[in-house]
Ligand binder design. Sequence first.
Ligand code: WTA
Length: 634
Amino acid sequence: MPETYDIGLGNNNSHLRQEADSDFVSFWDSQARNLSWFSLWTKTLDWNPPFARWFVGGTLNASYNALDIHQASKSAKTAILWEGEDGQSRNITYGELFIQVQKFANVLKSLGVQRGDRVTIYLPMVPELPIAMLACARIGATHTVIFSGFSAASIRDRVSDSQSKVIVTADGGYRRGQIINLKSMVDDAIKSLDFVNHVIVLERAKNKISMTPKDKLWGQLMADVSDLCNAEELPSDHPLYILYTSGTTGKPKGVLHGTGGYLTHLYSTFKWAFDIKDSDIFFCTADIGWVTGHSYVVYAPLLCGATQVMYEGAPDFPDVSRMWQILQKYQVTIFYTTPTAIRLFMKFGAEIPNSFDLSYLRLLGTVGEPINPEVWRWYFKIIGKERCPIIDTWWQTETGGMLISPLPGLETVSLKPGSAGHPIPGINIGIVDENGNDVPANTKGYLVVKNPWPGMLLSLWDDDEKYKTTYWSKYDGCYYSGDYAMRDDDGYLWLLGRADDVLNVAGHRIGTAELESCIVSHPSVVESAACGIPDDVKGETIIIFAVLRQGILGGTKLEQELTDKIRTDIGAIATPKHIYFVPKLPKTRSGKIMRRLLKAIGTNEEIGDTSTLEDGSAVTQVQHAFDEVHRRTK
Ligand code: WTA
């Protein structure tokens, strides 16, 4: 008998599955009616492959759906219970959030921001971050949030690509007790970007910053504006945001999301996956700089009028009990986090969570990486006391919201540790081989999506061609996810990691091409290859092999210099564990680097078949360089 856990929360709406199976378009049509529209659509789906436009002719506003609709009944209800890393806390009601968003929308307008303009937001996890996003949405500006761990060079690339004329940042943000000077990072980033007219600076850390003529203080701007600003009536496909994500090329892609389809997807999945009730206290640990934060910290909980905890800092600061303290303090009922975080908690043992009162929990979620069955069981037993279903949600920046997940808000769930379960209603998932044919059960293949769905990206910002080639050219008419998966005999889906050259480090996507182009732009390096090796906590960690210019000798000093370069050019999240200097890289006869071999060396595994190698000695040399480093560091 397979190990399964059946949990019912009293919901019996699986008839929605039949409705979705018989006609996914009219199914999503009825779901979209849960939102507030200024005018209804004339066509539910315009599918001009690979471009999908949902609810054509309908008009709405994301900020209106997140705030205005709750004012009559919930203005005194808490929207955000904010916990600062330094122990400060704030309780923000739907009424207060509504006022702040309207005021900031007026600030943006006063600085000349108009419908269709882009605004870059580079803020720590403070309530002003969702306020700024919702203010953009309110006036029809497209926000582009950059994770506060990215470096000045990464900000510059993203601001230039999106041509944002206004940037919102802070004097600093707290991370592991340190103040990160976000403002100076923005100063460096925009030095040569003349089109940036204004930088709005939130005073969060009150540390010393230098002000330039472009800079304006958040507090001062907010003091001078009215707290009334009507939400713009926007077409359903109006671009709500751009979020940059790593792919297989050196340049991050600007994933572009619309409004009506995206919000419909979030509203429905939030209810189905988390069974959200008015009394729940929801806590998603994702940073808003990533898609999970956009979808399930900012938009979904607010659309549903939920109360949520928002935490500013690191999960293990000042120690690994911090999360449990927060759960206990706010009596959290739904907790949504990552396998990386769970593995970290697990490493420190059950005694720590066991010493807190976590009895309010009723659902546990996970996202971002495959969760190993052993970690799943620990989460289920130790944190959820075998009462709470584990909601393992598979999705991507591009999909906007969950596509595969158990849905206890809809039906009784039957869970298998390590499997994300089944597709959500209205989503047609396929697992196919190299030629696009469905693979049999229990066979690994590529995960594709065979129908358009409402949360689907509109395109890549300013690059329809790249959108087509990246996602829609591998298999005709199917969305290519870049992930491996398998379906078992019972129809459960098992996610098996990335199939492309994208690494998943602690749930963050980092392209090998991005790392490699950073390293080779150093004058000492001619060629490089990055790969991921398994890590107990982070899932995967980065190692890099670099070939140096003739006459240059590698050593710890150069390794440090290259590591620093990665931190400066990309950000601390991309810090490699090791850089190995090698005379040449193993390549196929057609010149493709054989990453598989590098990975095998990095993990001390069998090298396997090397018959396609152009020069067999490359492997020996890489192995030698690897052994040499580890002999030295032992
Ligand atoms: C991985 C995060 C296994 C996957 C929402 C995907 C997962 C990438 C899961 C997207 C899961 C996400 N199980 N793998 N439940 N959720 N992934 O764009 O490889 O930051 O392609 O979106 O994370 O990462 P992204």
